[in-house]
Design a protein around this ligand. Structure first.
Ligand SMILES: [Zn+2]
Length: 479
């Protein structure tokens, strides 16, 4: 039997989070009363003239730079002509010949294929269309979305598996979010994903017949739709069918792709330059100004945490999922010089408490300095780990420095050997069977004695000293 592989490219539409639309002053706010965020420009009324919103150009360039693209210095828009109720001008302003960004890449990593570079062919700017509302009584159109700025990010057909495609979209989404260019909410449509997929025999370079899949609007849908389409194509070829170039739609309810249109019905968009908008010259200073405003991206931070602090890759991945958590860790690691300790507490007890309170690291009532002080208290043996857990809860509820809390609540660890030995003796007197078991070689019973002593001292006795004294006292008693 022949072995096939998929050749996948993704087209991702991203709504940019500008205050106003791409070519007029209307708000881009999501929702609102139908047809309340409109004006003559975005309604395509005769004689209305568009003007470029420079924030759109800035955000497109910012995205391109973060995705390692080159930037086109002459920026021109084109008209894509088509006739449909959601486009009142009968064309969409987009970029055909000269996309603002080109030739970039994103690095992905999957278990199956390891590290891999996925090329980005182009990023172009365009405007969104209106929304059709279908009901029993007919179809209505809401133009609130008409003219909302979009960028379309087109990957090269470098993806080979649905996992790689999911990884690519995950990373892209995280980069867009941290750049602040979009809120990337798939459920509200500010991030939409279409894709092209063809299959070929493994080891060959020819491109197969491709289908375009629309409506893969969640990560689950993306993976399922690509998997379904791959299997469908393999089965068709094995049964001797001829594949056709077509556009298909992912049907979420039926969990399959269905034909929307075949190539014979393809549109001719008659692209030509948009004469109502000036050609922008994008200078070196303009680009460098934007480059300087780009902060360290999550995946760069993740790599730095591993290299600089020597924490495990998994820790670095979890800590960089949310920006303020990454910053909190970064600062605590620097102050305390105990990165692993900082990561353990932030990923463990502190994350649990943050989830309970539904807050982010930036809302924590204590500072990285406070957490560093806690790590130091543990390291110096002033408090045990068990007590530290209590202190963290107090830090969370009272927002005070751990040194103050330890003082106020009398939580200092007791390392007084005389006092601890007395407690050990009391425990062993009360449980003579412990000594018997120990005499018979059941050394595990020591754990019980340690636990009982810990309880008797209300968790304040130094565990290392309890351990040592329990062993010494047991050895003495069995002689
Ligand atoms: Zn408008």
């Amino acid at each position: 039997m022949k072995h096939y592989e998929a050749v996948i490219g993704l087209e991702v539409h991203v709504e940019l989070s500008t205050k106003t639309k791409a070519f007029c002053g209307c708000t881009t706010e999501y929702g609102g009363k139908p047809n309340s965020h409109v004006c003559p420009v975005c309604l395509g009324l005769p004689g209305a003239l568009p003007r470029i919103n420079l924030e759109v150009v800035n955000k497109a360039i910012k995205t391109g730079l973060a995705l390692n693209c080159s930037i086109n210095r002459m920026n021109r828009f084109d008209r894509k002509n088509y006739f449909y109720p959601d486009a009142p001008k009968n064309y969409q302003i987009t970029q055909n010949d000269f996309p603002i960004c080109y030739e970039g890449y994103i690095d992905v990593e999957t278990e199956e294929s390891g590290k891999k570079r996925i090329g980005i062919e182009r990023i172009h700017m365009e405007e969104d269309a209106g929304k059709q509302l279908h009901s029993k009584n007919g179809t209505l159109v809401d133009f609130n979305r008409s003219g909302v700025p979009l960028i379309e990010i087109v990957s090269k057909p470098d993806l080979r598996t649905p996992e790689e495609a999911t990884q690519y979209l995950t990373k892209l989404r995280s980069i867009l979010f941290s750049l602040g260019v979009s809120d990337v909410k798939m459920e509200e449509g500010s991030l939409r994903c279409d894709g092209n997929i063809s299959i070929r025999e493994k080891g060959t370079e020819v491109l197969g017949v491709k289908s375009e899949i629309k409506n893969m609007n969640s990560f689950k849908a993306l993976e399922k739709a690509l998997r379904y389409e791959f299997d469908r194509k393999v089965k068709a070829l094995q049964e001797g069918e001829t594949l056709r170039v077509e556009t298909r739609r992912w049907d979420e309810a039926e969990e399959k792709t269905v034909v929307m249109r075949s190539k014979e019905m393809a549109n001719d968009y008659r692209y030509f330059p948009e004469g109502d908008l000036v050609t922008l010259k994008i200078s070196e200073e303009w680009i460098e100004g934007i480059r300087a405003s780009i902060k360290e991206l999550p995946h760069e931070k993740e790599e730095r945490f591993v290299a600089e602090y020597g924490i495990p890759k998994y820790d670095a991945m979890v800590l960089t999922l949310e920006e303020s958590l990454a910053d909190f860790f970064d600062e605590t690691a620097k102050i305390s010089k105990d990165p692993k300790g900082a990561s353990n507490w932030l990923m463990g007890d502190i994350s649990r408490l943050m989830n309970e309170k539904d807050i982010l690291a930036k809302d924590l009532p204590f500072s990285p300095q406070d957490l560093s002080d806690l790590l130091l208290l543990i390291k110096e043996g002033t408090i045990s780990t068990a007590i530290a857990k209590k202190v963290v809860e107090l830090m969370m509820s009272e927002g005070k420095n751990p040194k103050v809390l330890v003082e106020e609540h009398g939580l200092v660890q007791n390392s007084d050997e005389g006092y601890i030995l007395d407690e050990v003796k009391k425990v062993l007197d009360a449980h003579p069977n412990v000594v018997e078991d120990y005499r018979n070689g059941k050394t595990k019973i020591m754990g019980f004695a340690v636990g009982q002593t810990m309880k008797a001292t209300k968790g304040k006795a130094n565990p290392a000293i309890i351990n040592k004294l329990v062993q010494e006292e047991l050895d003495r008693r069995i002689q």
